[in-house]
Design a binder for this molecule. Structure first.
Ligand SMILES: Cc1cc2nc3c(=O)[nH]c(=O)nc-3n(C[C@H](O)[C@H](O)[C@H](O)COP(=O)(O)OP(=O)(O)OC[C@H]3O[C@@H](n4cnc5c(N)ncnc54)[C@H](O)[C@@H]3O)c2cc1C
Ligand SMILES: C[S@@+](CC[C@H](N)C(=O)[O-])C[C@H]1O[C@@H](n2cnc3c(N)ncnc32)[C@H](O)[C@@H]1O
Length: 638
């Protein structure tokens, strides 16, 4: 999906009961009230709240988030319903999101003030992304797709039960009512899906009919004589390709091998979707291998080409920005209030030009000259920097333990898994003596490089790269940055006063001992960009060694494991087309960015396995799908 800069809405508030969008010469809702329209047209027209009753999950997709009144009215109705569905997903597409100030103004007299305040507080930066916002303990999930409906029409993956069609009037806003949009509805519709809109335009009715909906008119409100309601009744439904298959019945439970970031976050995300998990690890304690450093960084990325790496790291960083504060509030050590990434190739004007060209908002990233960067760091820096206001650092082992404390997740340590095999509908795990460990219909391999051995996948998909972090005790250095500063290396001020320096990276190095020479390397990298501040003596530092699992393209491996033995389909030029091994999943290859990407990767995996709306756009999923290697190198292992 091509990233386009997001232009915020210009809103005319001069008539408070009929807030206007001058660019479309139309109102956001009828004068009779937005909640009134939401209840009658969108909820009532889709048979809600009755239809979500007794369901584990229910999904709604809206075209045009606008002021968010339909979402708020739906959320309020869900809260008021004692027999509501367990989880409500609300996906909404918006090309021109409001600024936070305009959103707050639009809800100054909201009929649901407490909910409106939560929405305003959670409002994400305006980037062309799918923004995940969770409310009511994660039971209400708002996925905001910022960008043009035409682009999202191809990029969303979800199974939708009810559609709210709420573009501006078709004559003024034809892009919201064209064939691309109606095809999206058909592609995403669950069996029995319904659609509702206030529009009675003939073109809308014909568009819905052409996409396989049975359409009928109903009596409207707000001055509308008729509204349009529809039910998905296609004559034929083409099967989804194997990599886009949405399970009608998710598994009740799963086993996860690997108690590091990938495994723990996957288990927590699956449990939140109602799939109970046991996390199995060869060590007695969680995060005993690579995820056991005392601290690590998380942040986004800006690149000249906004390709899969920049997009994945932006999406991941945005997800961390919305989830890390809750983990910190639960006591996980860390901070999520700023990180500087120094820029050594571009001068500040070129950095600013890049931000402007890509339309990146200041809530995500800011280009700072060396003086600005130094002021943020509280210490002299030699280079300009990218400032990520919601980046920061976190204690990975504590984050792992926090994820493992999610209800529905159980821990089983000191259990090395030697091999796996599938019998009937279950994956069985065995130890070295060929004794059965456990079995489940879903198995997630999050065992870093050992995941490939267990799944009999080509070892070339991951290389082991040794890394060492170094730390100095409180007061060992005569200076201390106010936030983490990263470039080739990094310096991170931990909560307990220690300064953490990172991190070396060497291939083909199996030495587990902490080396003074590597401490010196970590300090030397920081010395290159730090002003005149003196650095501690390497011999006085402590450290820790780990091994990153790195893929050839440096993007993680997230998704169902491809079936090597299955016949290759006639078309196999995209990962989504390749057949999979039922119930077998991979989450590995987190490389040097696991703290940034693990949460989003885990949510993608859980959404994919449970049938909820995916938090990542379709072509970006292809970029992390393990089957990508088969597309690039054919059926045979590389
Ligand atoms: C020096 C260094 C510094 C880093 N700094 C950062 C940073 O600042 N920011 C950042 O985002 N990332 C950083 N990283 C990377 C980050 O630590 C990794 O991406 C992340 O920890 C990987 O998590 P994982 O769960 O995939 O792997 P691991 O943490 O290695 O977890 C895999 C687990 O699987 C278990 N396991 C393996 N095989 C089996 C088996 N057969 N049976 C049972 N259990 C098994 C292991 O015991 C292990 O617990 C750094 C890495 C290193 C080495
Ligand atoms: C009638 S308003 C939606 C009101 C909203 N549902 C609410 O509850 O407040 C229509 C919305 O569609 C958005 N829109 C218009 N054209 C679009 C496009 N091409 N892609 C995505 N959104 C678009 C507008 O910016 C506007 O916010």
């Amino acid at each position: 999906m091509k990233t386009t800069p997001i232009v915020s809405a210009a809103v005319d508030f001069s008539d408070p009961v009929a807030i206007r969008a001058p660019a479309y010469d139309d109102v956001y809702h009828p004068r009779q009230g937005a909640f009134e329209q939401a209840r009658q047209v969108f909820l009532g027209g889709n048979g809600l709240p009755e239809r979500w009753r007794g369901r584990a999950r229910f999904a709604i997709l809206e075209t045009g988030f606008g002021l968010g009144n339909n979402f708020l009215a739906t959320w309020a109705a869900w809260r008021d319903d004692p027999v509501r569905c367990e989880r409500l997903t609300f996906v909404s597409i918006e090309k021109h999101p409001l600024t936070p100030a305009d959103l707050a103004r639009a809800h100054a007299a909201s009929p649901a003030p407490a909910l409106a305040r939560q929405l305003v507080d959670a409002w994400p930066p305006s980037t062309c992304n799918l923004h995940s916002l969770e409310f009511d303990g994660g039971r209400v999930h708002l996925l905001l797709a910022f960008g043009d409906v035409q682009a999202w029409a191809r990029a969303l993956v979800a199974r939708i039960d009810a559609f709210y069609l709420d573009g501006f009037a078709p004559a003024r806003n034809p892009a919201m009512w064209d064939r691309g949009v109606f095809s999206m509805l058909a592609r995403l519709a669950a069996p029995g899906a319904t659609a509702a809109t206030w529009s009675a335009a003939r073109a809308v009715r014909e568009g819905l009919q052409g996409a396989g909906f049975a359409v009928h008119a109903a009596v409207g409100s707000g001055g509308k004589r008729d509204i349009t309601l529809a039910r998905y009744a296609p004559r034929f439904v083409a099967p989804a390709p194997p990599g886009r298959a949405i399970p009608s019945e998710p598994p009740s439970h799963a086993l996860v091998v690997g108690g590091g970031l990938a495994g723990a976050m996957s288990a927590a995300a699956l449990a939140r979707q109602g799939i109970a998990c046991i996390v199995i690890d060869r060590h007695a304690e969680p995060a005993a291998e690579t995820s056991g450093n005392p601290a690590g960084l998380f942040h986004g990325a800006v690149m000249g080409h906004d390709g899969p790496h920049a997009r994945l790291h932006r999406a991941s960083a945005l997800r961390m920005a919305s989830t890390a504060p809750a983990a910190l509030a639960r006591g996980v050590p860390g901070r999520a209030d700023g990180l500087l990434r120094l820029e050594t190739r571009l001068a500040w004007p070129a950095m600013q030009a890049l931000v402007d060209r890509q339309g990146l908002p200041s809530g995500y990233v800011q280009a700072l000259d060396a003086d600005g960067a130094s002021a943020h760091a509280g210490t002299r820096l030699r280079h300009p920097a990218w400032f990520y206001p919601a980046g920061g650092w976190i204690d990975p082992a504590a984050l792992v333990r926090d994820a493992l404390a999610t209800p529905g997740v159980a821990w089983r340590g000191a259990t090395p898994v030697q091999r796996i095999s599938r019998h009937g509908n279950d994956w069985h795990l065995f130890d070295r003596d060929n004794r059965a460990i456990d079995a489940a219909p879903m198995l997630v391999l999050a065992a870093a490089t050992d995941a490939l051995r267990l799944a009999d996948l080509p070892p070339q998909w991951l290389k082991r790269q040794r890394g060492q972090v170094s730390w100095a005790g409180d007061g060992a250095a005569p200076w201390r940055p106010q936030m983490p500063v990263a470039s080739g290396g990094y310096v991170l001020p931990m909560a307990d006063g220690r300064l953490l320096f990172g991190a070396t990276s060497r291939d083909d190095d199996d030495d587990p001992t902490v080396r003074v020479g590597d401490h010196a390397d970590n300090l030397a990298r920081v010395a290159q960009w730090l002003g005149d501040a003196s650095l501690p003596d390497p011999a006085m530092l402590a450290g820790r060694v780990g091994w990153r699992a790195v893929t050839p393209d440096r993007l993680p491996l997230v998704g169902p494991v491809p079936a090597f033995d299955a016949p290759r389909p006639a078309r196999a030029d995209a990962p989504r087309l390749l057949p999979r091994q039922p119930g077998l999943w991979l989450h590995s290859g987190l490389g040097s960015r696991g703290l940034t990407t693990a949460a989003l990767g885990a949510e993608l995996l859980a959404a994919w396995a449970s049938g909820t709306a995916w938090p990542v756009e379709s072509d970006l999923v292809d970029a992390v799908d393990p089957a990508r290697w088969l597309v690039r190198y054919g059926v045979a292992p590389m």
